[in-house]
Write a protein that binds this ligand. Structure first.
Ligand code: PEP
Length: 236
């Protein structure tokens, strides 16, 4: 299973250090070798962490350059200093709030693929598409995969319906199941679900046939909750 935490614009450098220490000692104590855990803190919280083998720290975003004149952005040089080799690309908050274009998303994918990053590539439909029914949902999600090398061996695809992110209302188990089943026909890579995953629904979501893990925002910011989720994954 893959269990990933997206801090978004939460936690400081100090609190992230505390979080990662706590999570690392938990992952070392339990026999959790089969599971891959990711934490995506804000870039200001990157650090020289001591990590167990199954915990990776990743970037929520970066610009597809080694270095250069891109004010406010970070590139490969800044990530490499902290040995960061994982990144989220295509998150709906970047697509919809920050107006990130498909063209830039594809550029990021190509650049970080060339640099052998683990890429959590996010797709997901807005509410008006979900309201049109499953066929429209599948068409929309497939279109977001256009141009992505689905054979890239470090690719992880996260299905995150926009209307379920940060709203406290997860997609139903049936909606997740149907969507992941359709995606599975096209995608060999691990498939995650994200969108208001909480301790209470983690077990049911992770029990869905084509669900290989979860990408969690809000509920993961508390390390105790996140540890619970990893434990639930382990107990399945
Ligand atoms: C996310 O940010 O990817 C996410 C799924 O957020 P939340 O769990 O808060 O819905």
């Amino acid at each position: 299973m893959i269990i990933a935490s997206n801090f978004k614009t939460n936690h400081t450098s100090t609190s992230t250090l505390q979080y990662v220490k706590e999570l690392s000692s938990f992952l070392q104590k339990e026999d959790l070798k089969k599971h891959q855990v990711y934490v995506f803190p804000p870039a200001t919280a990157f650090n020289f962490f001591e990590l167990p083998h199954n915990l990776k720290i990743g970037a929520q975003n970066a610009y597809p350059v080694i270095s250069g004149s891109f004010t406010g952005e970070i590139g490969l040089e800044q990530l490499s200093e902290y040995n960061i080799k994982s990144i989220i690309i295509g998150h709906s908050e970047r697509r919809h709030i920050l107006n990130e274009s498909n063209e830039l998303i594809l550029k990021k994918f190509e650049f970080f693929k060339e640099n052998r990053f683990d890429i959590i590539y996010c797709i997901g439909e807005p509410k008006e598409i979900r309201d049109k029914g499953l066929d429209a949902v599948i068409e929309y999600n497939f279109a977001q995969l256009d141009g992505i090398d689905l054979n890239y061996e470090r690719l992880i695809v996260a299905y995150e319906p926009v209307w379920a992110i940060g709203t406290g209302v997860s997609a139903t188990l049936e909606q997740i199941d149907q969507t992941l089943t359709s995606l599975r026909k096209k995608v060999k890579a691990s498939l995650l679900y994200g969108g208001s995953v909480k301790v209470e629904n983690t077990k049911d979501i992770l029990s869905i046939k084509n669900c290989d893990g979860v990408l969690v925002g809000t509920a993961s910011w508390d390390v105790e909750n996140f540890k619970q989720m990893v434990k639930i994954a382990h107990e399945l």
